[in-house]
Design a protein. Structure first.
Length: 367
């Protein structure tokens, strides 16, 4: 994305509306008049639907909430730093803010994966319950503290699809030798089953799939996957994905930068990230159904469901993967224990609330 197309977001005001009234409303004070111009790097292609546009919205909202004091310049992956090095740049203090996925920082903070992409993990609403009311956010910030980064939840793509394959997957044996783009813990699960996982930035997946360098890929879901045109290279589209049932997107801030902000500015950043956490999930829910229907009806995509035997193999492999996660450090073990407790508590409630209602609703409606 060129400098011309990169967006800097400031608040322009509501001049036309103000001109329609003779009574000037009092303005709320933000507690500061100091102007700031910040840079935010992201892990996404330029203006990528969902992820990239979410980063743009977040930057725009910070400008609006501050009455124009806070200007945030957004950079796509590769413009200043590579997609997988966003949080490294934030950690060093060369960049103030980073919009990325915790899964991409596993090399430096293995426990980070537990805050983003967890096989057999929690759904977005369950994830938020753990983060905000189950001690998850405090543990996340503890994990990042040695690396000078303050994380906040800033989006979620929801339960992801299982991926695009160039052949049918009828048993775990069909995964052996398969070269698949699937990073993080999900990739570790696939490796346990004999596949060869690779980690490729989003902007490079299509060319690798078309060239045959990889046999399969996961990415997000119908809305993003249609945009990426994966259907041109692989026709079998599997669900549900076991690897990212609630794929969290994070806003990471350099700790020294964060600690130097006023309380008002800190509150605005946290509020903007929290609102975008909801907005992104709502957008994915709104647009995924239509995209899936189009892929199946108009693009020749063959929708397939992983059978129980394959899913049971995923579960057995994930158990072995999590043994390694817990063994990495006492903090990783503490985080995973907290995660498991919340998942158990929330699953028990969800079974007789959301899940029970949706099952009955769909039965009655014939869905």
């Amino acid at each position: 994305m060129s400098a011309m197309h990169r967006r800097t977001f400031i608040y322009g005001g509501l001049g036309a509306l103000a001109a329609c009234t003779q009574i000037e409303e009092p303005r709320e004070s933000t507690g500061s008049t100091e102007q700031h111009r910040w840079r935010m790097v992201t892990s996404w292609p330029p203006n990528f639907p969902g992820h990239g546009t979410s980063a743009n919205r977040l930057a725009e909202r910070l400008g609006a909430l501050s009455g124009g004091r806070l200007e945030v310049e957004v950079f796509a992956a590769g413009e200043l730093v590579p997609a997988f090095e966003v949080l490294d740049a934030v950690s060093r203090g060369t960049i103030q803010l980073g919009h990325s996925a915790p899964i991409y920082w596993r090399g430096k903070v293995p426990a980070a994966q537990l805050f983003g992409s967890v096989p057999f993990g929690m759904l977005p609403n369950e994830f938020n319950a753990w983060l905000y009311f189950g001690g998850g956010l405090e543990l996340w910030q503890e994990a990042y503290a040695p690396h000078n980064v303050i994380p906040f939840p800033a989006g979620n793509t929801g339960t992801q699809m299982g991926g695009w394959f160039n052949k049918e997957i009828n048993s775990a044996d069909d995964l052996k030798g398969l070269k698949m783009r699937i990073p993080g813990l999900g990739g570790d699960v696939m490796a346990k089953l004999g596949a060869s996982p690779v980690s490729i930035p989003g902007g490079q997946i299509y060319e690798n799939l078309v060239s045959g360098a990889i046999d399969a890929t996961e990415w997000v879901g119908p809305w993003n996957d249609r945009f990426m045109k994966f259907y041109e290279a692989a026709k079998y589209y599997y669900y549900p994905g076991m690897h990212e049932p609630g794929s969290m997107i994070s806003l990471g801030l350099n700790a020294k930068f964060w600690n130097g902000l006023s309380k008002a500015d800190q509150a605005m950043i946290e509020a903007a990230a929290g609102l975008e956490n909801d907005m992104m999930m709502a957008e994915y829910n709104a647009k995924s159904g239509e995209a899936l229907a189009d892929l199946v009806k108009n693009q020749g995509v063959k929708l397939r469901k992983f059978n129980d035997d394959v899913y049971d193999s995923f579960k057995e492999a994930s158990d072995a993967v999590f043994e390694g996660v817990r063994a990495h450090s006492p903090l990783a073990a503490k985080i995973h224990a907290s995660f498991l407790k919340s998942r158990a508590d929330l699953s028990a409630w969800s079974k007789i609330s959301d899940q029970a209602y949706v099952a009955q609703r769909n039965r009655a409606l014939g869905v």
